[in-house]
Design a protein around this ligand. Structure first.
Ligand SMILES: NC(=O)c1ccc[n+]([C@@H]2O[C@H](COP(=O)([O-])OP(=O)(O)OC[C@H]3O[C@@H](n4cnc5c(N)ncnc54)[C@H](OP(=O)(O)O)[C@@H]3O)[C@@H](O)[C@H]2O)c1
Length: 252
């Protein structure tokens, strides 16, 4: 049985990861940003007991510190970290270079860098130091994206932060290996979370499904299964990997 902090577990992929961890007997700190009610629903859905709810804005370094402290206090240790929370692409934060104001461009970059890259790096640093002090190894998984390789026309800041996060994970894999801590990333293509529901309706949805020869998009559970494997004791040799989870929709 392990202890795990899953950031952004109030919904979507983070919720599925928390559920997969709880199913195998882990105790989970379910982190949320703003949506406490949704995180309560995640918590209520988890198998077993000893789980905890931890809220905080990861775009703020003090928030990241408070989240890690609260998770460690509630669980007694942190053996697994999943950096899942992110400011993800939406119509509201689109910033295509040929159709955006400089003001909106700056806002999108600032928000995405603050959470996706700096927030994840701050949480990783604080958790890694705890794992080193605990002396029992550990596993860290970052939620990257296919967009880091394929590009994102409407959300270049998102693609850049995910590429940065994946590269950051590889630097951490190098330095944390001597402590028995593995660090890997997953790079999902389109996954059918609630957030993506509107994009998957109608003809546009058919086009997105058609990008994969399976003619569908992935599920949060498929991503969670991969994260569960990457954080299992037998997966330490995957450290440094960036695992594509895109249904053969993009080869790099
Ligand atoms: N779904 C996809 O198609 C897809 C594809 C590739 C990669 N990914 C990656 O997979 C991860 C999860 O995706 P998803 O679709 O499940 O995302 P989502 O539904 O948008 O959920 C995002 C999570 O991040 C949290 N969050 C956002 N901003 C935050 C902040 N400032 N501080 C703390 N928490 C914050 C949210 O918390 P609250 O709601 O509580 O505020 C929420 O729990 C993300 O890293 C995303 O980039 C997703």
């Amino acid at each position: 049985m392990a202890t795990a902090l899953v950031t952004g577990a109030s919904r979507g992929i983070g919720r599925a990861v928390a559920q997969a961890f709880a199913r195998r007997g882990d105790r989970v700190a379910v982190h949320f940003g703003r949506d406490r009610d949704a995180a309560e629903r995640t918590l209520a859905s988890l198998d077993g007991d000893g789980h905890a709810l931890v809220g905080g804005d990861l775009g703020d370094p003090a928030g990241a510190q408070a989240v890690v402290d609260a998770a460690a206090e509630a669980l007694g240790s942190i053996g697994i970290l999943v950096n899942n929370a992110a400011v993800a692409p939406s119509a509201a934060n689109a910033h295509r270079v040929d159709g955006v104001s400089f003001e909106d461009w700056q806002r999108a970059w600032a928000d995405m860098v603050a959470v996706n890259l700096l927030g994840s790096s701050n949480v990783t640093m604080l958790v890694a130091q705890r794992m080193i002090a605990q002396g029992e190894g550990g596993a860290i998984v970052n939620l990257g994206s296919r967009g880091a390789f394929r590009g994102e026309r409407d959300h270049p800041a998102y693609a850049a932060t995910k590429a940065g996060l994946q590269a950051f994970g590889q630097s951490m894999a190098l330095v944390l290996a001597p402590y028995g801590i593995s660090v890997a990333s997953v790079a999902p293509g389109m996954i059918a979370t609630e957030r993506q529901a509107s994009k998957l309706e109608g003809v546009g949805g058919d086009d997105i499904r058609g990008q994969s020869p399976f003619d569908r998009v992935g599920t949060p559970e498929e991503v969670a299964d991969a994260v569960a494997y990457l954080t299992s004791p037998g997966a330490v040799w995957t450290s440094g990997a960036v695992l594509d989870l895109n249904g053969a929709s993009y080869f790099r």
